[in-house]
Design a binder for this molecule. Structure first.
Ligand SMILES: NC(=O)c1ccc[n+]([C@@H]2O[C@H](COP(=O)([O-])OP(=O)(O)OC[C@H]3O[C@@H](n4cnc5c(N)ncnc54)[C@H](O)[C@@H]3O)[C@@H](O)[C@H]2O)c1
Length: 428
């Protein structure tokens, strides 16, 4: 069998590898020619995907990449994993999905299966994507070609989470579309969870991400409330999670990051308006989570005050730029908000992140493009007035940090296992 994965990013590349390992021939299509070249040369560009993995499957020609969308005519199934960001006005931007639909439609064969994996609002697959596929191909979904939605459950940086063992939800546009999608994914995933429609599958993914967003907001709010009472939220969560039923731990932090949790819930908020419905939980969680960087900056000001310093003119090191531990993904990272807020208050801000050696140009944080991660040594770290732990990468030596730093603000409880003199650590 030969299939195509469109969008070779954090979701598409691991999926393409999984199919290639199951002896399916995979063509990866991407608009980014640099990624296409790297794959064809056998290189990895995602930190947690080892170089050897790409080399091994590229060598046997089980995975190749291209920017030529006319090659869709070579394949029996197309899986779309392109970005689904929010626009400047925080509305869903499904232009990448629709652009892909338009690019592949003229080359679809009769009987080809098209599956969307990008997270989006219910209705995207059977309304928006179906419309562009049908008009561009002159064929009918469910009759001439098959259409399905199956959300990705990728958890970057989690070594235990493998495409094969994580159950996969699948919804088809028709009963035969579902059967085709089940046959496709059955080759690489142990457990499939068929649902009655594309919309149910789309809604399932949103529920999963909203659940995380809302629960993170809850512990972020409790962090403030318990903090005011002199109670450490981290100790409370450790105790609560010993309950063997009805509780699941979520952890506070400096704000939300990544391509999913800060964005996806608002896809539903937007679509719900069409039905005259409001998503109050989502809005409130968004408000609380977005306010976290301001709270952290407030704690930084307190900590500096205690060593007779003002934020203005202080040298502050942000430790961790990626949005979560042990990955190189810094999209939507709250570290950017922290850097911006502290710089606006006159601090001199640098960062250290072993996984992000330099900040790439982005539309949202163009002022930081080209900034480099500072070295990790006593002389460099001692020069900062304060170190703000924004992400707790496992490769950082927190004993050294305790020894070298003058004052530490910890948003991740990273310093909990380290012995530190009283007054040096401020939780935030
Ligand atoms: N990253 C995650 O952990 C995660 C988890 C679950 C779901 N998702 C969802 O999966 C989707 C993809 O996310 P991602 O993190 O892989 O994004 P990504 O930015 O890492 O990858 C997207 C890829 O698509 C390519 N691309 C963009 N437009 C294209 C087009 N028109 N044609 C072909 N390729 C195109 C980009 O060059 C990039 O390589 C999103 O909807 C996201 O919400 C992501």
């Amino acid at each position: 069998m030969k299939i195509c994965v469109v969008g070779l990013g954090y979701v598409g590349l691991p999926l393409a590898i999984q199919f290639a390992r199951a002896d399916v021939t995979v063509l990866g299509l991407d608009v980014d020619a640099a990624k296409v070249d790297l794959i064809n040369e056998g290189h990895s560009y995602i930190r947690h995907i080892p170089q050897a993995t790409i080399e091994e499957i590229a060598k046997d020609n089980r995975l190749s990449a291209s920017t030529d969308f006319s090659r869709i005519k070579e394949v029996e199934a197309v899986i779309i994993c392109v970005p689904t960001p929010l626009s400047k006005n925080r509305e869903p931007d499904i232009s990448f999905i629709l652009g892909t639909g338009r690019a592949i439609a003229p080359y679809l064969n009769e009987g080809t299966l098209v599956v969307l994996e990008s997270t989006t609002y219910p209705g995207t697959t059977d309304e928006d994507l179906r419309a562009v596929l049908e008009s561009g191909s002159g064929m009918k979904a469910g009759v001439d070609f098959h259409l399905a939605f199956s959300p990705e459950r990728e958890d970057p940086g989690n070594d235990q989470s493998k495409v094969k063992v994580v159950p996969k939800v699948v919804g088809g546009y028709s009963a035969s579309c579902l059967e085709r999608a089940k046959a496709l994914y059955g080759q690489v995933v142990d457990t499939l969870v068929p649902v009655s429609s594309c919309r149910v599958a789309e809604a399932t993914k949103l529920l999963e991400n909203i659940f995380r967003g809302v629960n993170i907001a809850l512990v972020n709010e409790l962090k403030l409330v318990y903090g005011a009472m002199g109670i450490d939220i981290w100790e409370v969560i450790e105790a609560a999670k010993t309950k063997p039923f009805g509780f699941m731990p979520f952890y506070p932090g400096p704000g939300l990051g990544g391509h999913c949790i800060p964005i996806d819930p608002f896809y539903l908020t937007w679509k719900a308006r069409e039905y005259g419905k409001h998503t109050r939980f989502i809005e409130l969680a968004g408000e609380i989570n977005t306010a976290m960087p301001e709270y952290v900056v407030h704690r930084v000001a307190h900590a500096l005050n205690a060593i007779n310093k003002a934020v203005k003119g202080s040298r502050i090191l942000i430790l961790g730029l990626a949005y979560k531990p042990n990955v190189d993904d810094e999209r939507e990272s709250p570290s950017y908000a922290l850097m911006r807020l502290l710089s606006e208050r006159g601090a001199e801000v640098e960062y250290h992140d072993p996984h992000v050696p330099v900040i790439k140009p982005t539309r949202e944080h163009s002022q930081f493009a080209g900034k480099k991660s500072v070295a990790w040594d006593r002389t460099t770290i001692e020069k900062f007035d304060l170190v703000l732990i924004a992400t707790n990468h496992a490769c950082v030596n927190y004993e050294e940090l305790a020894d070298w730093a003058r004052c530490i603000v910890d948003t991740r409880n990273a310093m909990a296992p380290v012995k530190v003199p009283p007054g040096k650590i401020w939780k935030a």
